[in-house]
Design a protein. Structure first.
Length: 151
């Protein structure tokens, strides 16, 4: 598997020992877990996990001068070779969550839950998300304050 990035970006994320900044590690986690959460992206112990290290070794980062010329557009190209020899390529011209590649409501809610629930609890998180989505219906914005505070 290879990931092509602009040369400056590639230098930042290449084989770092900080889990959420290391492209090889993040791809390995995604391959193993089929997703990446805030917790899995910041799990320093996983940097030493044999299964993660095996997947990480399969990820080649290719700095690409052509992609560098497209900056500030942050383009990534991922190339996979499957066990049967077939190849898959995906080019992403816009980072997920940008106006050009927006997240769906379900993706926004899932990300918010991943980040908020461990801090504020599941029930308060759900209430907060609902109130934020319907902010215009609140009679007083101060209704949010108790939802943002820990007990």
């Amino acid at each position: 598997m290879s990931v092509q990035l602009a040369t400056d970006e590639a230098a930042i994320v290449n084989n770092r020992e900080i889990p959420d900044i290391c492209i090889q590690h993040m791809v390995a986690v995604m391959l193993l877990d089929k997703t990446v959460s805030f917790v899995s992206a910041h799990d320093k112990e996983r940097l030493k996990d044999p299964a993660t290290l095996r997947e990480r070794a399969k990820v080649q980062l290719i700095p690409d001068q052509e992609l560098e010329r497209l900056m500030p557009l942050r383009v990534a190209i991922v190339n996979l070779i499957l066990e049967d020899g077939s190849r898959l390529t995906q080019r992403v011209d816009n980072v997920r969550g940008t106006p050009e590649n927006p997240m769906t409501r379900d993706e926004i809610v899932a990300k918010a839950r991943d980040l908020i629930a461990p801090v504020l609890g599941t029930a308060r998180c759900s209430t907060l998300i609902e109130k934020v989505f319907y902010l215009e219906t609140l009679s007083d914005i101060r209704e949010l304050r108790p939802l943002l505070q820990r007990n």
